[in-house]
Design a protein around this ligand. Sequence first.
Ligand code: ADP
Length: 471
Amino acid sequence: MQMSSGMAWISDSTGERIWFNESWLTFRGCSIDRERNSGWTLGVHVTFRDRLLEVITAAVATKSSYCVRYSVLQNDGTYKEISEQAVPLLTNSGDLVGHAGTCLVLSTEKASDPSSALFACEDSWREGIWCIDMNGNTTFVNSALARMLLCTREEMFGISFLAYMDEEQRPDAMKHLAARIAGSYVTHEFQFKKKNGETLWAVVTPIPLLNSESAVIGFKATVIDISDRVKTEERLREEDLRKNQFISMLAHELRNPLAPIRNAARIIRLQPGLSDDVIQAREIIERETHKMSRYLDDLLDIARISSGRMELKLELTDLTICIQRAIESVSNDLTAHSHILDVSGCEKPLYLRIDPIRIEQVLINLLSNSIKYSRFHGCIRIAMESDAEWVCVEVRDSGIGIAPDFMPHLFDMYARAQQPSSRDVAGSGVGLPLARKLIELHGGSIEARSAGLGHGSAFTFRLPIQLGEAG
Ligand code: ADP
């Protein structure tokens, strides 16, 4: 986009242009006598002429400013696209003396075919264009914008942009206008109201409209209709809610039979003189029901957190005891995989206001993953460090590691890495998102690091030492 060197004109109170500056005359290659009154309109491309004259007539009638785009013939016989801004000239008593206009040449390409590129101007954009003056009154809209609101361009002209929204949106809209007047131009999402009462969801990107002295005389916004996207998001949210309700119902139903199965295994355990086969079978039942009830509990917790029903039972707790309990919970698995466990930084008690069951659950999830995703005889390290404000617990393993492309999805619900070494291990993809949510509920954060596949992984969570009033 190139700026012309200050093309300008002045019109009288009827809208007739009575003066053009040298830049305009040079650009057009015409004398002032030829241009005066309606002469200049002969240079306006026929596609734009009627609309332009309507805009001018309306601006004269409402004594308002306007901003339009049109194509006009240059002295070399080609049409150029022009952006024109005009402000009303008023007497002290508010009578219209005329308008003063400035123009920018927007395209410098020569186009031999006037029906092609030259006319691909804002009026034919799919995005809406909405220009308002400093009071918020519409000075220009393109056809796309008018279509979005089910209005005609003519009926929108001179009307405040506030008229195209519900009452409750107006304070927000006024705030945006005030921000623009203060020089802040931020893209934002907004709800407008269509003529038929439906909502138009839009992304609005404002820029200032300047006169030849670079003073702001209004604002121009590109308006993109995102109603379909918003509706799709709403539908997805509803589907997600239904899916979570279904999963939580399923987890409940699946958990119920586990208690009698575990009881049955306990009764078998009490029988004297069992053969090795039966003992082995009983151990399998105990181990697998234990794992299954953990998965189901995780699923139920996720559903609780998603619906805001998770409540932490905060109490002053020695974090080293939580670590110790988590280790005890996974000790059978550790031994079964012949992993070595190294614990550091847990020599002295460290008291925090936390929900011990939940923090233990996080530790169990991280430790179980380290055990699952390490080959036999792996090395797992738990390290605790603290300063005045935070305590960090790291669970590091020498296992299969995490591919860089999976890293961004690691904490997503139901996400599981696709490489065979990971896929072959049973899992639900719920442990890490749950761990993150539980840590966040405690005001902390969790992150993962890995130098890539085959290079092990490290998960670190941080908890604030002062949990203060929480809970
Ligand atoms: P699950 O282990 O039940 O699949 P998680 O949410 O705990 O679910 O973990 C998600 C995925 O992250 C796992 O499927 C695995 O691909 C990867 N992952 C988690 N922990 C580790 C780890 N310590 N080493 C390698 N990959 C891991």
